[in-house]
Design a binder for this molecule. Structure first.
Ligand code: GLU
Length: 434
């Protein structure tokens, strides 16, 4: 039976204004985009098209709370670009959701799908709410009413949601049911990241963490570093961080620091990841896990390790702490963990950054596999899913690396160059409909 609980370590932003404090998320995304666009000599017309989100929807979501009161939440869905295929991207439930952030995340999804070359465009959605304070019934009503509010854009050929911050398989099951009730028949390809029992893909839950492990492995090999004994610090111990840590450990890495929203711990002898996951399963957070020395989330980022894996929040590596980062490789498991300002500092320090749109693309890649399986009505073994994921992640990493060496640019700029080029090519082929 699928685990339908909400994430065991819900994301709580310690400072929800932090993102806006350093830079506007959409502008931060665009500053990276502009640099890559210039390098590939992007035509001005296509540049204007790619700067503009295709569709932005804001809906009011009236919900009857358990107390009997009515609350009205705000929901957003942005379809950034659908030139290459249906819009694809998660839905998050979080108090810090805002239009600029969702726009940036939807653009990132566009570049992410293009960098791994899967036939999707990009979207993102969110509801401004605090899932920690809501009952399962309230969350179900929010999900269903939000789905109904954006139902006109949803569809297996037009917009396919997935889980994101503080949403999970259970939320996807409600979304799929609501959509299916509206159209009058079961449509499991309407969303990905569903429970396996209702058409979810084997390997989807682990896919983002697995993808991180694969690209970290490629980066270590590229830099001539041995994966056996390579030290790793992981920020965030949810679905992405804990799985990546587990898989990297299986590859021979030593996980020396981990953290979640309650703080972190360091143990230079190596942390038993399975044991830490078991602690979270029992106690919901890492709090009280004593097999190491206590450190803060901020201290985790500046550990002297080979690989730093930020897998929790946006905007944690900033101009304020980038100079203190000692890792040789940063593998961005989260979306947007590094600010544009911090990029320059990391470059100057010679840190090899595997950008989010590549590093965490394993999740959406297996979402694509899920959608393919739903539409074909034929289901793959976990081995097949993992093998195909590995093929795509390794190929994409090597393509980006090749371009980065060829143009002497960092991996982020190279990843944007690859993806913008792919989206722009389709726009040129399709032409401007008038
Ligand atoms: N929310 C995930 C991401 O940011 C997955 C999106 C998807 O599978 O559509 O990549």
């Amino acid at each position: 039976m699928a685990d339908l609980r909400l994430p065991t370590t819900p994301i709580v932003r310690p400072d929800k204004d932090r993102f806006l404090a350093e830079e506007n998320p959409f502008e931060a995304m665009m500053s990276r985009f502009d640099r890559a666009a210039e390098l590939i000599d992007l035509e001005p017309g296509i540049y204007k098209v790619l700067r503009s989100p295709e569709k932005q929807i804001i809906v009011s979501i009236p919900v009857l709370l358990d107390s009997g009161e009515v609350e009205v939440f705000t929901g957003i869905r942005v379809l950034y670009n659908t030139a290459r295929g249906p819009a694809k991207g998660g839905i998050r439930f979080d108090m810090a959701v805002n239009l600029d952030e969702v726009k940036a995340l939807a653009a990132w999804m566009t570049w992410k799908c293009a960098v791994v070359n899967i036939p999707f465009g990009g979207a993102k959605g969110g509801v401004i709410c605090d899932p920690l304070k809501m009952s399962a019934g309230e969350l179900e009503r929010v999900t269903r009413r939000y789905t109904a509010g954006i139902i006109k854009v949803l569809g297996p050929d037009s917009d396919v949601p997935a889980p994101d911050v503080n949403t999970n398989e259970r939320v996807m099951a409600w979304l799929m049911d609501t959509y299916s009730m509206h159209v009058g028949h079961t449509v499991n390809a309407i969303t990905t990241g569903k429970p396996v029992e209702m058409g979810g893909s084997l390997g989807r839950r682990e896919a983002t963490g697995r993808g991180c492990m694969l690209v970290a492995r490629e980066a270590l090999a590229h830099l001539g570093m041995n994966i056996k004994g390579a030290t790793v610090a992981v920020q965030g111990f949810g679905n992405v961080g804990s799985i990546a840590a587990q898989l990297l450990r299986q590859q021979g890495c030593k996980i020396t620091a981990i953290s979640d929203r309650t703080g972190g711990l360091v143990n230079t002898k190596g942390i038993d990841v399975d044991d830490a996951i078991e602690h979270i399963r029992k106690h919901k957070t890492l709090e009280g896990y004593t097999k190491g020395d206590v450190i803060s989330n901020e201290e985790l980022l500046t550990q002297g390790v080979d690989v730093l894996l930020p897998a929790a929040l946006e905007n944690v590596i900033t101009t304020k702490n980038a100079a203190s980062i000692k890792a040789k490789i940063i593998c961005e498991g989260a979306n947007g963990p590094t600010t544009a300002g911090a990029d320059t500092i990391l470059d100057e320090k010679g840190i090899f950054v595997i950008p989010d749109i590549l590093a965490n693309a394993g999740g959406v890649t297996v979402s694509y596999f899920e959608w393919v399986q739903n539409r074909g009505g034929y289901y793959w073994s976990e081995k097949t899913v993992n093998e195909r994921l590995e093929e795509i992640m390794v190929r994409s990493f090597q393509e980006v690396l090749h371009l980065s060496l060829q143009h002497k640019v960092n991996m982020r700029t190279a990843a944007y160059m690859v993806s913008i080029n792919r989206v722009a090519t389709v726009h040129k082929l399709r032409g401007i409909y008038a």
